[in-house]
Design a protein around this ligand. Structure first.
Ligand code: ATP
Ligand code: MG
Length: 256
């Protein structure tokens, strides 16, 4: 069996005391794995430990993270992830040049290609726009384009749709599924919402109080949850409306 893209074993993360204990899971190339759990259960810290991006004062105190590829992070708030004073085109171009290792002309071509891949509407016109001039959904598309500019094998998504309204959430979830399908990029997708995770992922890890309490396929977790906490989460699951239902709600032809 080939080495997994990401293997986390017996991970322990601590500040003054332990916050995450004995967490282990693997993500294979092109796979979409979800991490669900209540607020404070350790989802974000686990995700951040994968790319050594833990907050000050928090560190890995045990176990191992083996990442066999490039990872890029996508956060909940796209506005905070972007420079408010620089046009979105310039920001994307910059990342294509630095992280993508392209010359000026190639970075320009790649930037335009990436804006097409994430379906930013009217990308030529929006190239010069500042992040504040875009909608929340459009900004998250730009953030995804910037993440893709680093040519990642895995996208680490921390509640990437939580700040968006339900119609826009649907569009971004569909985009993530498309990126996975078309570019074979794996997803490690954190959410407190089991319905969102079930929509995007094939496998789910359930965390509670800094530990993994259950792991299984989406089908197994939805149909036969074992842990009481998972059963409780399931009670709160509402399906995400399909795109045609959402399209009936959204303005015709508008992508946000
Ligand atoms: N910088 C920090 N210093 C000390 N403790 C922290 C720090 N960041 C997070 N924690 C603690 O670690 C635990 C896990 O936090 P984490 O952010 O991973 O939770 P989460 O599952 O992502 O929650 P949410 O759904 O609210 O985002 C929490 O108890 C939190 O208070
Ligand atoms: Mg979090």
């Amino acid at each position: 069996m080939s080495a997994p893209l990401l293997e986390v074993s017996d991970l322990e993360i601590s500040a003054t005391g332990p916050l995450v204990h004995g967490v282990g899971f693997r993500v294979d190339a092109g796979e979409a794995v979800g991490i669900v759990g209540e607020s404070g259960s350790g989802k974000s810290l686990t995700l951040r430990a994968v790319i050594d991006l833990l907050p000050r004062g928090v560190r890995v105190t045990g176990g191992e993270v083996a990442l066999n590829g490039r990872a890029a992070m996508v956060f909940q708030d796209p506005l905070a992830a972007l420079d408010p004073l620089m046009s979105i085109g310039a920001q994307l171009w910059e990342v294509c040049r630095t992280a993508g290792g392209l010359d000026r002309a190639a970075a320009l071509a790649r930037s335009h290609e990436l804006l097409r891949i994430v379906h930013l509407p009217d990308p030529e016109r929006r190239w010069k726009h500042l992040p504040g001039q875009l909608s929340g959904g459009q900004r998250q598309r730009v953030v995804l384009a910037i993440a893709l500019a680093t040519n990642p094998q895995i996208l680490l998504c921390d509640e990437p749709t939580t700040a968006l309204d339900v119609t826009v959430q649907r569009q971004i979830l569909d985009l993530l599924a498309e990126l996975r399908r078309e570019l074979s990029v794996a997803l490690l997708f954190v959410s407190h919402d089991l319905a969102v995770v079930a929509d995007v992922c094939s496998r789910v890890i359930v965390m509670s109080a800094g530990r993994v309490v259950e792991e299984g396929s989406v089908a197994q977790i939805l149909s036969a949850p074992r842990h009481p906490y998972t059963k409780m989460l399931l009670g709160a699951v509402l399906p995400i409306p399909p795109m045609d239902a959402v399209a009936a709600l959204a303005a015709p032809g508008e992508l946000s």
